[in-house]
Design a protein around this ligand. Structure first.
Ligand SMILES: NC(=[NH2+])NCCC[C@H](N)C(=O)O
Length: 332
C-alpha cells in the first residue's frame, strides 16, 4: 500500500467531515461541522497560494491519501503564528512561596495564571488518523510530515512550536477541569464551549474568562487531579511529541487542563535531522525514511527507502519525482 501526505483540496471536505464525526469530541481543530471545515479549507488554500517569506496567522491543512484507493484516511494542521490576530490563551502553573518565621513554616502554593505567553509560536494540531489505519506508522508519518513542512518553509514559521493535547474527559463527556474552573463563568458545558470555540473562535474567552489567578489548592479534587494530564487516547501522541523534543513546561489548556507541549522549532528532532539530496536514480532498497518534495501546494511526503542518492520506485511514483529533483529525507 502506498500513502502520500499532500495539501488538502476542496474535494477532501466530505472525508474530513466523516473523520471529524469519528473523533468523539474535544477535538477543537476538527469540528464535525461542514461550514467550519469549509472555512478551514479556504484559509488553507489562501496559505498555500501565498508565496512569500513572512509569518502570518494562517493555516495549512494536510491530508493523508491512500494512493491505491484514492481515499483520504488522515489529516493534520499547522498554524504558523498563533495569537497574532486574537490573543492565544493558556494557563501557566506558577508557584508562590510564603514563609512565617514565627510559625517556622514555608508554604508553596500553585497558581493558575491566565497568560498569552505562547503568542507568536507556531502550532501543530488537528492530527487525526482513521481508526482503520492505526498501524504501519501512519500516525508518525502525519505528525512528522508537519515538521518537514515547517523545515522546508522555515521563514513562514515561528521559533517556538506548540502542540495542545486533549485533556481528561469523563464517561459522560464532561471535563472535570472545565467544571471546576472556567465552566463556572460561561454558563455552558465543556462540549458546548469547545464546539463554540471551534466554530466561532476565541473572542468569547477574552470576554468571559476570569482574569484573576486561581489557587489550585482551592479547586475540587476532581479538577485538580487532571491538570496537565492528557486524555488516555493522547498518551501515545504525548510520547511522540517528547521523542521529537517537545516538553511539558507547565502550560495547560484553559478549558480542559490538558498539557500544552512546546519545543524550539530548530531543535525539533525531525527538523534537525532532515537533509536535502538530489535524486540520482530509482532503485529498491535503502534506509526506511520519510521522503518529502515540493513547495507549498506541491509539497508531498511518503514513507519509503533511501539509498545512495536513490529512492524506491513506489516512493518515486507516490511523490511524482525523477532524477535531478531535490528531495528531503529523514530516517524513520
Ligand atoms: N479546548 C479549548 N477549546 N480551549 C480553549 C482554547 C484555548 C486556545 N489556546 C486559544 O487561545 O484559542
Amino acid at each position: 500500500m502506498s500513502y502520500v501526505i499532500r495539501a488538502a483540496r476542496d474535494s477532501d471536505l466530505q472525508p474530513l467531515y466523516e473523520m471529524a464525526k469519528l473523533t468523539g469530541g474535544g477535538f477543537t481543530n476538527l469540528p464535525p461541522e461542514k461550514p467550519a471545515l469549509r472555512a478551514k479549507l479556504e484559509r488553507s488554500h489562501a496559505a498555500f497560494d501565498r508565496d512569500a517569506d513572512t509569518i502570518e496567522d494562517e493555516l495549512f491543512v494536510l491530508v493523508l491519501e491512500n494512493l491505491d484507493t484514492g481515499e483520504v484516511r488522515g489529516t493534520c494542521q499547522i498554524f504558523p503564528h498563533v495569537g497574532q490576530r486574537w490573543p492565544f490563551y493558556s494557563y501557566r502553573i506558577g508557584t508562590i512561596t510564603k514563609r512565617s518565621e514565627e510559625l517556622g513554616r514555608t508554604f508553596s502554593a500553585e497558581i493558575l495564571n491566565l497568560v498569552n505567553d505562547l503568542g507568536g509560536a507556531s502550532e501543530v494540531g488537528g492530527l487525526f488518523l482513521h481508526p482503520g489505519e492505526r498501524a504501519g506508522g501512519l500516525g508518525l508519518l502525519l505528525a512528522r510530515a508537519r515538521y518537514l513542512f515547517i523545515r522546508n518553509h522555515r521563514s513562514r514559521f515561528g521559533d517556538r512550536v506548540l502542540a495542545e493535547l486533549r485533556g481528561i474527559i469523563d464517561e459522560a463527556g464532561g471535563s472535570p477541569f472545565w467544571d471546576g474552573v472556567a465552566g463556572r463563568f460561561f454558563g455552558m458545558n465543556f462540549q458546548e464551549a469547545d464546539q463554540f470555540n471551534a466554530v466561532h473562535g476565541n473572542q468569547f474567552i477574552a470576554d468571559l474568562m476570569p482574569k484573576h489567578p486561581v489557587y489550585i489548592a482551592m479547586l475540587s479534587e476532581s479538577a485538580r487531579s487532571v491538570i496537565g494530564l492528557p486524555h488516555p487516547s493522547g498518551r501515545a501522541a504525548m510520547r511522540m511529541l517528547e521523542n521529537e523534543g517537545f516538553a511539558y513546561e507547565k502550560y495547560v489548556d484553559i478549558f480542559d487542563g490538558g498539557p500544552t507541549m512546546t519545543a524550539r522549532t530548530d531543535q525539533v528532532k525531525t527538523v534537525r535531522e532532515a537533509r536535502d539530496f538530489e535524486l540520482t536514480g530509482v532503485a529498491e532498497g535503502g534506509v526506511p525514511s520519510l521522503i518529502a518534495t515540493g513547495r507549498l501546494r506541491d509539497f508531498r511526503v511518503t514513507l519509503g527507502e533511501v539509498g545512495d542518492g536513490t529512492i524506491d520506485p513506489a516512493s518515486a511514483a507516490a511523490l511524482g519525482v525523477g532524477v535531478g529533483d531535490v528531495l528531503t529525507e529523514v530516517e524513520r
